[in-house]
Design a protein around this ligand. Structure first.
Ligand code: GLN
Length: 500
């Protein structure tokens, strides 16, 4: 078995015993990227030189017997939405094509402090808006299991690079499913932490009341390791919660006793792919055979999740994206063209307003413009109460559904997506179909609870299927232990895609 096929936890043991150096490991991943990323397109930028330099510095530190951080030389890929000082951070948008943040995101600092090696920046839907990574302004990403299909989104690059062994660990973000859905479609593990668990300082904001940063990896253990590094209170993010971070990687292998899992019957039936339904039902049986009790629970407001999310997320996006105006930073249209155009069309629109309008029309892609318009509309006078306030009320009801469910059960078990990875281009002209991709994932964000996606099967054509577990706020430790119980009893996570 080549070194990149081993799990991060196995690699860590080899690094710590001195059998492997960080430079060797980093180089092995760089070679794999060189070999397969032409077919996958997971990376927007591979940071070869700085990755090798970081790895060499960590190896040197090890040679002096200085204590190493938890990642001890493991490479990590980063979604291109996290600010890294003096290096490009594009958010998948033309708007930020030449943007070099003046500071690092807290999670980037934490990875470096834990002696992780930053391998490069992964592709994503522009400003994290999308479910297929087709909304990136730069490139599409192919699903490693079938390159004619999408990897999911918006963290499509983050999931595809792990799935195709181009990185052992990667960092994504999840506003409505963007970690869990691509993890499911690419056959890896992805965890959306509780709102407040991970600092978002330096995360380019999409919808601030929903956004969370989280880990993707091939196994639950590896996911636990990376979450342990990412999580924790940060004085620079007032929404991060002052709670100690449990030692997830140390407890992840302890099975849970008396586990009670809730099944929402409405998750099944109309609309779900029968092969997904079968795989998820068999996963539920695996839990039963491991001693879990299954209870049927009602989530009466879950059906309104999509409608609620697609009001709240665009409203917040329209406000957050107002900062990209061409005056402060990011893309700016050609000023001379603005002046020439105004002279020609004789409009009484002032040059400043025209500059804003042209900048935003040229800098933002179609989906981002659609979200800004939806959000601006729903927040405008006369519609605010009817749409935005109403959505906030329904959001509260959804949270109450979760609170009631977690009185009865420890976790909720169900599907991540209703269908496996679809063909490139299949849903690009149908925004509604694309939005429905998030059916099973958005409610966790609306309620702020934690969720994990893990491999639970394959379709007859060989596409991965994901299983979702959701837990009450700040129960990531239990969530990981429950996920590990399933993973230890199954081998879906060991299958690899075949790329030539
Ligand atoms: N697909 C959802 C959207 O487009 C979720 C995206 C996300 O989680 N960043 O809004």
């Amino acid at each position: 078995m080549s070194i990149i096929q081993k799990t991060a936890t196995e690699q860590l043991a080899l690094l710590n015993s001195g059998e492997l150096t960080s430079v060797e490991l980093t180089q092995a991943y760089l070679n794999q990227i060189e070999q397969v990323d032409g077919q996958v397109g997971a990376f927007l930028r591979v940071e070869t030189e700085s990755a090798l330099a970081q790895a060499a510095a960590i190896d040197q530190k090890r040679a002096t017997e200085a204590p190493l951080g938890k990642l001890a030389g493991l490479p990590v890929a980063i979604k291109d939405i996290l600010c890294t000082k003096d290096t490009p951070t594009t958010c998948g948008s033309r708007m930020l094509e030449n943007f070099q943040p003046p500071y690092n995101a807290t999670v980037v600092e934490k990875i470096r402090a834990a002696d992780g090696v930053i391998l490069g920046r992964t592709n994503m839907d522009e400003f994290a808006m999308g479910s297929s990574t087709e909304n990136s302004a730069y490139q599409t990403t192919q699903n490693p299991w079938d390159t004619a299909r999408i990897p999911g989104g918006s963290s499509g690059g983050a999931a595809a690079c792990v799935s195709a062994d181009m990185a052992p660990l990667s960092v994504g973000t999840d506003t409505g499913g963007s970690i869990r859905q691509p993890a499911a479609l690419c056959g890896c593990v992805g965890l959306k932490p509780t709102y407040g668990r991970v600092s978002r300082y330096g995360l380019i904001a999409f919808a601030s009341s929903l956004d969370q940063i989280g880990p993707l990896a091939r196994t639950v253990e590896d996911t636990a390791l990376l979450l342990e590094v990412l999580a924790g209170h940060d004085p620079l993010d007032s929404t991060s919660v002052k709670q100690p971070t449990p030692a997830y990687s140390e407890t992840v292998k302890q099975p849970l006793e008396n586990l009670t899992l809730g099944v929402v019957d409405r998750h099944f039936g109309a609309g779900i792919d029968p092969e997904i339904e079968t795989a998820v039902q068999s996963a539920i049986q695996v839990y039963e055979s491991l001693g879990a009790t299954i209870k049927h629970i009602a989530m009466p407001h879950a059906d309104y999740g999509i409608a609620t999310y697609y009001i709240i997320a665009p409203c917040e996006a329209s406000s957050n994206l107002a900062r990209y105006d061409g005056a402060h930073y990011g893309y700016r249209t050609d000023q001379a063209e603005v002046v020439a155009e105004l002279a020609e069309d004789g409009s009484d629109e002032g040059p400043l307003v025209r500059m804003y309008r042209k900048t935003r029309s040229e800098g933002f892609g179609e989906e981002v413009q659609r979200r800004i318009m939806l959000g601006t509309y729903a927040l405008s006078e006369g519609y605010y109460d009817a749409f935005y306030l109403k959505a906030l009320k329904v959001r509260r009801l959804i949270r109450q559904d979760y609170d009631a469910a977690f009185e009865e059960v420890d976790m909720i078990i169900g599907p991540v997506t209703a269908n496996p990875a679809f063909a490139q281009g299949e849903k690009t002209s149908d925004p509604m179909a694309m939005y429905l991709e998030d059916l099973y994932t958005v409610t966790a964000n609306l309620a702020g609870v934690a969720g994990i996606s893990l491999p639970c099967g394959f379709t007859s054509s060989g596409l991965p299927i994901g299983l979702q577990l959701q837990a009450a706020p700040f129960q990531e430790e239990k969530l990981l232990r429950a996920a590990q119980m399933y993973q230890a009893a199954t081998d879906f996570h060991t299958r690899r895609p075949e790329l030539s």
